[in-house]
Ligand binder design. Sequence first.
Ligand SMILES: Cc1cc2nc3c(=O)[nH]c(=O)nc-3n(C[C@H](O)[C@H](O)[C@H](O)COP(=O)(O)O)c2cc1C
Length: 378
Amino acid sequence: MIATSTGDFRLAARRRLPRFLFDYVDGGAGAEATLRRNEADLEALAIRQRVLRDVREIDLSCTLFSQRLSLPIVLGPVGLTGMYARRGEAQAARAAADRDIAFCLSTVSVCALDEVVAASSGPIWFQLYVIRDRGFMRDLLARAKAQGARALVFTVDMPVPGMRRRDAHSGLSGPWGGIRRLLQAAGRPGWAWDVGIRGRPHILGNVAPVLGKASGLEDFMGWLAANFDPTVEWRDLEWIREAWDGPLIVKGILDPEDARDAVRLGADGIVVSNHGGRQLDGALSTARALPSVAEAVGDRLTVLADSGIRSGADVVRMLALGAHGVLLGRAWAYALAAAGEAGVARLLDLFAAEMRTTLALAGARTIADVDMSLLDPR
Ligand SMILES: Cc1cc2nc3c(=O)[nH]c(=O)nc-3n(C[C@H](O)[C@H](O)[C@H](O)COP(=O)(O)O)c2cc1C
């Protein structure tokens, strides 16, 4: 079947991945209320249909942090994507470069930053978590700088990990996890050969230097769980601003007051995000949160948004609500799991085509034309 939507890629990913991996990507925190709201609130926004406006030429290009991109889309940080496809981060970064958009590498990727930079000719952003060991963070920052990362995405909505029920059910965590994962992998021979065997080593490439040669994935996950820092406060971030002279983007803002703090910190951008409903279950959807956050910061920094974006029309909706660009999460992870680099490239083509059609039918020609007036409040 030819994939014509994120939903198609999702189904293909479900067929290809062992259950513990599919549920890890697909699931959210708690009862998954925020996960559902993200998609539903976005989809519920009606776009204004406009006619007779000469829409032959549509231009989707934009500039984010002085980088010219063909679409206002970044492949956002998604951990462990090297487990969904063989050396998955490198494959996705190549697809992003090929379509002239940026790729953001997660701290907890399988491929280390240098592997991804070597694989791709496009702009690479690097995402950093707050980790207890500040020396390790400094080291990661220095490596990101040396490798030419074009922006730092600093994720602040995970002082503690969200409660993910599906991971306990699937065997990703909990008793007999190892044996259950092995059995699930045996039921997916295509994945087991391509990724499980030929995709090794399955380590967290960016974290490996502190763990030495120790370890399977569980040791790495254990290290991370022990090293997330719940004590962090805004004033702890000042040194990051000093240590990083490139674009600094704070990811995980949902509240206007926090957005003002990000401005005070001297951030260049924020990502309005609830981590795709994987952290605080019950939090507002980003579609509902975005307008007040965008208004609170005005034009003092660049506003990006994510969570629940599944189509080009959703990208247009986020832009109309006040975002300058968006990050994709699950959408590209499903496409990668389904068909590797070619899957991600096809997904980006689908998004671009949908954006073009949506703009044309809404009577807009460029990204700059998109504002709240594109939405129909009736
Ligand atoms: C499987 C998975 C892993 C993720 N890992 C990270 C991560 O390592 N760092 C980070 O900042 N965000 C991470 N996120 C959150 C995404 O960057 C993004 O905020 C979220 O996926 C957006 O929601 P959506 O998937 O509904 O589009 C992850 C999301 C998923 C689904």
